[in-house]
Design a protein around this ligand. Structure first.
Ligand code: GUN
Length: 304
């Protein structure tokens, strides 16, 4: 039976460490603060941001939730961000994506002070990460590394295959794995004979955003599989494709009308030596790494 890498337990341990650091900073009169910008009413974004703000409160961070209407213009958003850059009580700025289509997201993310860029999306932080300099790294990739390290999965010398080349997950996680001395391959939609490449992976990171894309024949027996995907499925047909015969899932699906599946087909987990489940794997790390980045930004800004 493969080992299940419990993201919730790892996140809880990091939360405790962050809370202790926040307490130490508090004794020096410093309270790290996060400004969360949630534009409009995208249901998934509302859930994520609420959870981020709630975690701030739990760990003793200050937070300010800013909720512009979805009619906001790029210029108004730029002004908002410049205001946050100037505020001394704000150490981290989070602009929840996606943004309405009239807003130029790239222009906006470029405007965030790199010192407050707790999502690690600014090109300056991407460049620092590439150059191996101290940087605020994107939260999900940072969480992947924490899971591997705290689960004592060897990274140095391992062949890590990253499935997906997004700026938010694929590219930065590949860079972080390289910094940990993995041999890294990045795959994407144009990769030839993908299963042959992924089957070489000691560590397989799936981050392509396609439900159950990784099938059993794509996994080397005993590999560590990190499933970054969070895909909601709501039809009976999809449910049967992924979870046929799973009574516990079925009950949950019946109750809620939907369930979550990763980028890895549940049958492919069975090939692994260890894997992160969905939900309860990488997901819980993302928010806690945002908190860790905010505390780090607060310290760096004060030269600590
Ligand atoms: N939307 C989905 N994931 C993320 C994230 O990690 N950060 C931000 N800002 N928006 C997101």
């Amino acid at each position: 039976m493969p080992r299940i890498l419990d993201g919730a337990a790892i996140a809880a341990a990091i939360k405790q460490e962050v809370a202790e650091e926040v307490k130490r900073l508090g004794a020096q009169g410093i309270r790290p603060g996060l400004a969360a910008v949630l534009v409009g009413h995208v249901p998934a974004s509302e859930i994520y941001v609420r959870s981020k703000v709630q975690t701030c409160a739990e760990l003793g961070l200050y937070s300010d939730l800013i909720t512009p209407e979805d009619t906001i213009t790029t210029e108004e958003m730029l002004e908002l961000v410049m205001g946050l850059n100037d505020r001394d009580d704000v150490d981290g700025i989070l602009i929840q994506l996606p943004l309405p289509k009239q807003v130029d997201a790239k222009a906006l993310l470029d405007q965030v002070d790199p010192a407050k860029d707790v999502d690690g999306f600014h090109p300056v932080n991407a460049g620092r990460l590439l150059a191996g300099r101290p940087a605020l790294a994107p939260c999900t990739p940072a969480g992947v590394i924490e899971i591997l390290k705290r689960s004592e999965i060897p990274i140095a010398g391992a062949h890590a295959v990253v499935l997906g080349r997004s700026d938010i997950v694929g590219k930065p996680v590949a860079m972080l794995l390289l910094h940990q001395n993995a041999t890294v391959t990045i795959c994407h939609s144009k990769t030839r004979d993908l299963p042959a490449v992924t089957r070489e992976a000691d560590i397989l990171v799936a981050a392509i955003g396609r439900a159950g894309f990784v099938t059993p024949e794509m996994v080397k027996p005993g590999a560590t599989v990190i499933d970054v995907g969070i895909n909601r499925i709501a039809t009976r047909e999809e449910f049967e494709r992924f979870f046929k015969g799973d009574a516990k899932r079925e009950a949950a699906f019946e109750k809620r009308g939907s369930t979550l599946v990763g980028d890895v087909h549940p049958q492919a987990y069975a090939m692994a030596g260890a894997y992160t489940p969905v939900p309860g794997g990488v997901g819980p790390l993302t928010i806690v790494m945002l908190m860790a980045n905010t505390v780090r930004a607060a310290k760096m800004r004060r030269g600590l």
